[in-house]
Design a protein around this ligand. Structure first.
Ligand code: FAD
Ligand code: SF4
Length: 313
């Protein structure tokens, strides 16, 4: 069906983002393909090599509550637990969170609002209100679990009538607000793979949002870190990964953070220095009601706090 109606069909997993977007006339597909009956795409499966496989239709609440994931991949359970509200996490899936559309103040509005204020290039218009004069859309990728998955070096399986492909999540987001994922219109995300080598990192996720109980991130930081053990429970960092969400058109890894942390004991000055690098990686624009300056500053603050919290684990 996806191949037959490519371009005129949308996939529905939990529907928690798709349905509101269709009501706002952001998506106007002729057909909707409801995946919810495909039981094989639901579940968390620890692998014999120590890794794990997660079906794309697995609800975020199952990820949040999984004692296996909490023990081996805590940054993912932490991030999943912050998505929206308990009711939405029961409906919303990990695949839907990975494939979530990018967001912008000028875009996530009703048709009447967008008509009144002016359409933009992401939908129905020919200019960008955020960066006038340019032809790129800067809408922010605002999913909570993808930065955690980037830290874990996760891969995803993509299926179509032509077969399967497996790609690193790090290659899935091209960084454009309109073409925000490397997925053809006849393709589905079917599974997420967590490598064995990424198990056992302590993990922290921090996010900024307007309504603490139910909102998308306006800045988010995931930290996954491994340290040596010296008997006191305090050791040097052996490996660390930091990723951001909601401040760029894609979730992004903070590239030099791991190098700066490796081999060192964590203290306030080091955590602050990494916070500075993270803030420079964040490129928020006026895509939300909170100012870009505040969101970038909160990336600095949350990165520092998350590193110090990881050091307590
Ligand atoms: C009030 C509210 C608050 C929210 N807060 C947050 C938040 O804090 N953090 C956050 O990350 N999200 C938030 N969301 C968005 C959403 O609930 C989650 O991102 C959720 O994980 C989406 O999953 P879903 O299964 O419902 O996706 P759907 O709505 O079914 O789909 C989302 C998009 O992904 C596509 N898609 C879904 N599954 C697949 C697949 N397997 N293969 C290919 N394409 C697919 C759909 O076609 C659609 O474009 C919020 C939503 C609401 C309504
Ligand atoms: S960044 Fe520009 S083009 Fe993209 S949704 Fe916002 S206003 Fe529209």
């Amino acid at each position: 069906m996806l191949s037959q109606h490519a371009g005129n069909i949308r996939v529905l997993a939990g529907g928690t983002d798709l349905i509101p977007s269709m009501r706002q006339k952001l998506f106007e597909p002729r057909f909707v393909l409801d995946l919810r009956g495909i039981g094989e795409l639901r579940g968390i499966y620890p692998q014999p090599d120590g890794g794990a496989e997660i079906g794309a239709l697995t609800p975020l609440s199952a990820i949040e509550r999984s004692s296996y994931l909490r023990e081996h991949y805590p940054v993912l359970t932490e991030a999943a637990a912050t998505v929206a509200s308990p009711v939405i996490r029961n409906m919303g899936t990990i695949g839907g969170n990975i494939c979530l559309d990018t967001r912008c103040l000028w875009y996530n509005q009703s048709l009447a609002w967008r008509k009144g204020c002016g359409f933009c290039i992401k939908k129905d218009g020919d200019l960008c209100h955020v960066a006038p004069g340019g032809s790129k859309c800067w809408a922010a990728f605002s999913g909570d679990t993808p930065p955690a998955l980037l830290c874990l070096n996760a891969e995803i399986e993509v299926a179509s009538a032509n077969g399967m492909r497996r790609i690193s999540l790090r290659e899935f987001y091209p960084g454009d607000g309109i073409n925000y994922r490397n997925l053809q219109s006849n393709e589905l995300v079917t599974r997420v793979f967590l490598p064995a080598e990424s198990a056992g990192y302590c993990g922290i996720y921090r996010k900024l949002r307007v309504r603490g109980s139910i909102d998308y991130p306006l800045a988010g930081v995931a930290v996954a870190m491994k340290r040596t053990s010296n008997g006191n429970g305090i050791g040097r960092v052996t490996e660390a990964h930091i990723a951001l969400t909601a401040v760029n058109p894609a979730p992004v890894l903070v590239k030099s953070a791991g190098e700066l942390l490796a081999g060192k004991n964590i203290d306030e000055a080091l955590a602050e220095a990494v916070g500075d690098i993270a803030a420079r990686t964040a490129k928020p624009l006026t895509t939300s009601a909170l100012t870009p300056e505040y969101r970038r500053e909160m990336i600095r603050v949350f990165t520092k706090r998350a590193i110090l919290a990881a050091a307590q684990n």
